[in-house]
Design a protein around this ligand. Structure first.
Ligand code: ACO
Length: 707
């Protein structure tokens, strides 16, 4: 059943006022009224301007109070200085949504005025879209309340845009590419209503099949993640985010007043949510158009039908790149395609009909593919030859597409001269997914399959490890009272043991004899480390000795450590020396977690040890993660083969990595004062032999934030 959301009346308003409606055609206030009238909206239309009069056949009201009917939306298009007064009038009228077009707020540093408006609106039961936006279009209300070029086609793609200019340009672009919209919303400064709330509405909107989001910076990322995970189970969600490059991120930050999160984190988290991230605007539009019309695949196997070998190989490469599986039952392929191709053709997938094929042969091969059970999708390619009657071919493609579009996904890529370009153009305008590039075509199919795989996976609850969070917070509080923002090694180890993380054995010794006893109890070789709250960087102070093999080495190391630490910091209080089991070598990985500015708690996994900074072979997820999500982090890094075992080595204990990752994820999710935690290295042994958290570091907020 459909749940009513707070923004329902934004998409289905009973009446719309335009505050700042102008008689002057060159002004935004005029264009908005014009679009509302032309789009065929049949609720109340109320242009407001103190001068009164008439505009486009509509009565111009001198003030909102003169309007009799209900006003659910007030589009505000007056200069910044008088927006607040207009908002007050809206409150008196009982307006539900303020759609504030006006610029000059937080995007240029005018944060206070924006906040004043939002606070006032909330106090008076109103919600704010914007400010700094181009408006809203809703197909269900036949309402175009934007200052875009008009002519929006209704359809199944909803667009949410943080960029104004790009969003306006998208109106023209979608019309040119015959992409029908169910909604288009400009969110601008996101002072109140943001993507998350809009997604909740659009997820339930029957007309919407694809949601395309242009985003510059994430605010309230935790809520966004939770919502996206749900929405992607109902609809395809395509996101295009600017700020991929460092310079781009800086430009986006100054542009919108919100900081773009680190791109890798954004990328990984979007994938975790089942969102399709497009590389470019064109790719986003290609996907949106294709996904809006494509049926849900019945299975995973695609068939490439081509009249050219080279283009077939290109498509095969593209299928590998975009993860589209190819049908591979050679016997069935032969039985299916031999009757429709010359003897020298190839029925292997790609099915190569050769340059001798005619348009009719091509149609037969496509029919054979699309009628055959187990051949789940068709990638149809064509290289221009003189044997095809172009007009006939165009109609064949149209007919094939119309006939099968509801049953199996089909995509076309054609390569040739003017006549071919003409087919691409004409069919494209009619909504047939036909491309001039094989890669563009297969990328659409890949997007469909990624979305499909996400839909087929059973949702899995996050793995929340039940640990004593009060004890952890107690350790942190004690350290905080000593003015620290980090835990000492022994304190971090206490936290690790509360989480049940496997660590090398360790005993703190207060004398040489205790150190020797400890080493003999643990067993050689051992490591020794100074224990002092005054010495943070132990190695720099000469406070660490590795690989000690016998009693003599332990005695020498104890004396050497004390000597160098005293020389390093004369007044350092030295509690003793920690004698630690020397972890046997294994694969060194890193697991970390932290509070991210955009997404809140996140976990990280990667290849660890001293090369982590150089290799940057790491991946992120929003916490808390499920076991499957943690597992996918492990299999996603480039060094994954090392964990599977190379050159006869055994597979490593991946299950234990997953367990440690879910526990750190639970820690960062529950103990919000912890800002960073890092285990480096987490040494991983052969399957069944576990892992060891050799070094655990924990940072926290010096003072908890006042909530
Ligand atoms: N109530 C209603 N109307 C009023 C009021 C009032 N209290 N006071 C004045 N008006 C009328 C004005 O008389 C005028 O009508 P007129 O032309 O018939 O005289 C109309 O409201 C508009 O006021 P202007 O002072 O002419 O303001 P103007 O239209 O020049 O600018 C605007 C207003 C468009 C909101 C401007 O301040 C602005 O912010 N522009 C940027 C908008 C923008 O780019 N948004 C961002 C995203 S989209 C993108 O980036 C492409």
């Amino acid at each position: 059943m459909r749940t009513k959301t707070d923004v329902d009346s934004l998409f289905e308003p009973r009446g719309v006022a335009v505050v700042g409606a102008s008689h002057n055609e060159a002004k935004i206030g005029y264009r908005i009224v014009e679009n509302i009238v032309k789009s065929g909206y049949n609720g109340g239309i109320y242009p407001i301007n103190p001068k009164g009069g008439e505009i486009l056949g509509q009565k111009m009201y001198e003030s909102l109070s003169a309007v009799e009917g209900p006003v659910d939306i007030a589009v505000i298009s007056v200069p910044e200085k008088i927006v607040f007064d207009a908002v007050k009038d809206c409150a008196d009228k009982g307006v539900k949504h303020l759609v504030i077009i006006t610029s000059g707020f937080s995007e240029v540093g005018n944060v206070e005025e924006e906040q004043r408006i939002v606070d006032f609106a909330h106090d008076h039961g109103m919600r704010v879209l914007g400010p700094n936006i181009f408006g809203i279009y809703s197909a269900s209300a036949s309402l175009d309340a934007t200052f875009g070029p008009g002519g929006i086609l209704s359809g199944h793609v909803a667009i949410i845009s943080q960029s104004g200019a790009l969003g306006v340009a998208m109106i023209g672009k979608t019309a040119a590419e015959s992409i029908g919209l169910s909604a288009l919303v400009s969110v601008g400064n996101k002072s109140d209503i943001d993507e998350t709330e809009l997604l909740e509405y659009l997820a339930q909107d029957d007309a919407t099949r694809v949601i395309l989001i242009y985003i510059e910076g994430v605010k309230h990322g935790e809520r966004l993640v939770e919502t996206l995970k749900k929405v992607t189970r109902e609809k395809h969600v395509v996101v295009i985010k600017s700020g991929r490059s460092k310079r781009g991120a800086m430009a986006a930050a100054s542009h919108t007043g919100s900081l773009a999160g680190t791109d890798e984190i954004f990328d990984n988290v979007m994938r975790q949510c089942g969102v399709l991230r497009a590389e470019s605007l064109q790719e986003a539009f290609d996907w949106a158009r294709f996904l809006a019309d494509a049926p849900v695949p019945k299975g995973k196997y695609g068939v490439i039908v081509t009249n050219g070998g080279g283009i077939g190989v290109l498509a095969t490469d593209a299928c590998e790149k975009y993860d589209v599986a190819l049908y591979d039952d050679q016997k069935t392929l032969k039985e299916t395609f031999s009757p429709v191709m010359p003897d020298f053709g190839s029925s292997k997938n790609p099915v190569d009909l050769t340059g001798q094929a005619t348009a009719e042969d091509y149609a037969k091969a496509l029919d054979a593919t699309l009628e055959k059970e187990g051949m789940d999708a068709a990638i149809a390619l064509y290289c221009e030859t003189a044997l095809f009657d172009v007009n006939k071919f165009k109609e064949i493609l149209r007919r094939e597409y119309e006939h099968y579009r509801g049953r199996k996904p089909i995509i076309f890529a054609l390569f040739g001269g003017d006549k071919v370009d003409h087919i691409i153009d004409t069919l494209g305008k009619d909504g047939v997914p036909v491309f001039a590039s094989v890669y563009e075509a297969v990328s659409c199919m890949g997007a469909l399959y990624r979305s499909w795989r996400n839909l087929r996976e059973q949702p899995e609850e996050p793995e929340l490890y039940d640990f004593d969070a009060d004890a952890v917070n107690g350790i942190i509080e004690k350290a905080r009272q000593q003015g620290r923002g980090f835990l000492l090694a022994d304190e971090a180890q206490q936290v690790a043991s509360i989480l049940g993380l496997p660590m090398p054995r360790s005993i703190v010794a207060g004398s040489i004899q205790e150190a020797v006893d400890a080493a003999e109890e643990i067993g050689y070789p051992v490591v020794m480390k100074v224990v002092s709250k005054d010495i943070v960087h132990k190695s720099d102070a000469g406070g660490v000795a590795l690989d000690l093999d016998n009693k003599k080495e332990v005695v020498d190391a104890y004396q050497a450590i004390l000597r160098s630490c005293r020389a390093y910091k004369k007044d350092a209080v030295i509690k003793g020396v920690e004698v630690v089991e020397m972890a046997p070598p294994g694969v060194e990985t890193i697991i970390g977690a932290r509070q991210d500015g955009a997404f809140g708690p996140i976990v990280m996994f990667g290849l660890g040890g001293i090369y982590v900074e150089v290799m940057k072979d790491v991946t992120f997820r929003a916490a808390p993660v499920s076991r499957r999500e943690a597992q996918s982090m492990v299999s996603e890094i480039r060094s994954y083969p090392l964990l599977l075992g190379v050159r006869g080595e055994k597979r490593k204990d991946i299950d234990e990595i997953v367990t440690v990752a879910t526990r750190l994820s639970s820690l960062i999710h529950r103990c919000r004062d912890i800002t960073d935690v890092e285990i480096n290295p987490l040494v991983v042994y052969d399957r069944g032999e576990g892992v060891k958290a050799v070094d655990v570091r924990i940072l926290f907020k010096k003072r908890p934030e006042v909530k």
